[in-house]
Design a protein around this ligand. Sequence first.
Ligand SMILES: Nc1ncnc2c1ncn2[C@@H]1O[C@H](COP(=O)(O)OP(=O)(O)OP(=O)(O)O)[C@@H](O)[C@H]1O
Length: 267
Amino acid sequence: MAPRRDREPTPQHPGHGPAVELRAVRRTYGRGEGAVQALRGVDLALPRGSFTAVMGPSGSGKSTFLQCAAGLDRPGAGQVLLGGQEITGLNEDRLTKLRRTRVGFVFQSFNLLPSLTVLQNVLLPQRLAGQRQDRQRARDLLAEVGLDGYGGRRPGQLSGGQQQRVAIARALINRPEVVFADEPTGALDTRTAHDVLALLRRAVDALGATVVMVTHDPVAASRADRVLFLADGRLAGELAHPDPGTVADRMTALTAAHDGRFAGAPA
Ligand SMILES: Nc1ncnc2c1ncn2[C@@H]1O[C@H](COP(=O)(O)OP(=O)(O)OP(=O)(O)O)[C@@H](O)[C@H]1O
């Protein structure tokens, strides 16, 4: 028998290094006196197969971070690497293709297309990318998120929690390098939010996904492996194995520091 060779890394899934890396990333909105420095030099690496929560006071740069890391926005300086590949210099066409094939998104408002069935919504990233639509994988993922047999329904016939499950299945369809979740439980009641977080956790633990979640909720953040805190566009600390109480205390301290600074700022 021929000696077994380890699978060669491919550009799609290089298998080495972090899923996402930011190096000295800066993003400024506007120019001159009115310019806002939303990110002021962020360095971080998100390991493959990890679940990271990103928290911070309002205006600390969480959305900007997510958009830059996901290739939805371009940093003014610094580098973003996805699966070891630098994406900062890609043109718009290549960035769009990358977002459709290598990144998954889960939004607060679910963002399902109401005219498509549940199965068609799950397959949409493959359709948009012009890839073969893997209906069996879509059905398997729907079963994975507890929606076996719901493929023929329309989103309007599902509860909010069920719609978010469909969105999670859709985010996973292409086996992305990373799933970015922006307040995925923000529109859900506590019980449903708990179920959706359990699914994200399971996507990491059982399917090997990498998940990055922006949230305001310390309970949601405590389901992650690690919480990164942003304040005024900078990383302001992190917490491994978070529990809700410690996360809430950190957030209270950061928000008080933030409010204190702004109370002293000229009007
Ligand atoms: N398009 C824009 N034009 C100008 N300023 C912007 C723009 N988007 C964001 N900002 C500013 O950049 C800073 C960071 O905003 P960002 O939305 O990333 O913060 P956030 O932490 O996500 O806030 P929130 O928790 O309130 O959603 C804020 O001061 C915000 O006002």
